[in-house]
Design a protein around this ligand. Structure first.
Ligand code: FES
Length: 218
């Protein structure tokens, strides 16, 4: 891995980030010959730092990558997993692409909206739940698929979706874990996932391992 020494401007831009995020940003930048190629993982770190992708976060990433704010925003606004406004403690996504649609995803989404009182694309006033429909998650054999903070539950029925909402709202678990939620609220799985995630997701959103997307030792 090549050494990256941040300039004074770059160091100053992310002075407010945690030491771990600053270390990770340097590590990510060191992986790319062109700084601009690091825009996506850096946006992800900015989302961790600010809870969502803020104007400040995009400016900071712009300084690190040499991109203009408009260029950074064009990336952040293209990918729906970059959240550009606050979301609830639990981001509940329902896949409504073709396989899930054919197996009742619309009914699952309607059940979640009804039970939570939160319409698709919105966040409840108490900040506990956000609800959204999402595109195919590549688990079509386990349709319909529901995600909680990107942790997947397969073959969910409307009835189980209601139970899931109650479980999240009333219990507010510290960790949303695929294995546990699949057992409680899921049905048949598409296949046994190769990688078990005993630790589950890290809350709040963004929820998957915040620093683990690059490198094995991070
Ligand atoms: S269509 Fe829902 S996971 Fe593929």
């Amino acid at each position: 891995m090549r050494q990256v020494d941040l300039t004074a401007e770059e160091t100053s831009a992310i002075a407010g980030w945690s030491a771990e995020s600053r270390r990770r940003a340097e590590e990510i930048l060191s992986l790319y010959p062109e700084k601009r190629s690091a825009v996506m993982p850096l946006l992800y770190i900015s989302m961790i730092e600010n809870a969502y992708v803020t104007a400040d976060g995009m400016r900071q990433v712009g300084v690190l990558t040499g991109l203009s704010p408009a260029q950074v925003q064009s990336v952040a606004s293209f990918y729906t997993m970059y959240k550009r406004e606050p979301v609830g403690k639990y981001l509940v996504g329902v896949c409504t692409s073709i396989s899930c649609f054919l197996l009742g995803a619309d009914d699952v989404l309607a059940a979640i909206e009804d039970e939570s009182g939160v319409p698709d694309g919105e966040t409840g006033s108490d900040g506990v739940l956000s609800v959204e429909h999402v595109e195919c998650n590549g688990a079509c054999g386990g349709a319909p698929v529901v995600l909680v903070n990107w942790e997947m539950i397969e073959s969910v029925t409307p009835e189980k979706a209601r139970e899931l909402v109650k479980w999240l709202r009333d219990g507010q678990p510290e960790v949303a874990n695929t294995e546990e939620m699949q057992q409680l609220f899921g049905g048949e799985r598409s296949f046994d996932w190769g990688i078990k995630e005993p630790e589950g997701a890290i809350l709040p959103v963004p929820a998957f391992g915040p620093y683990g997307s690059v490198g094995e030792d991070s």
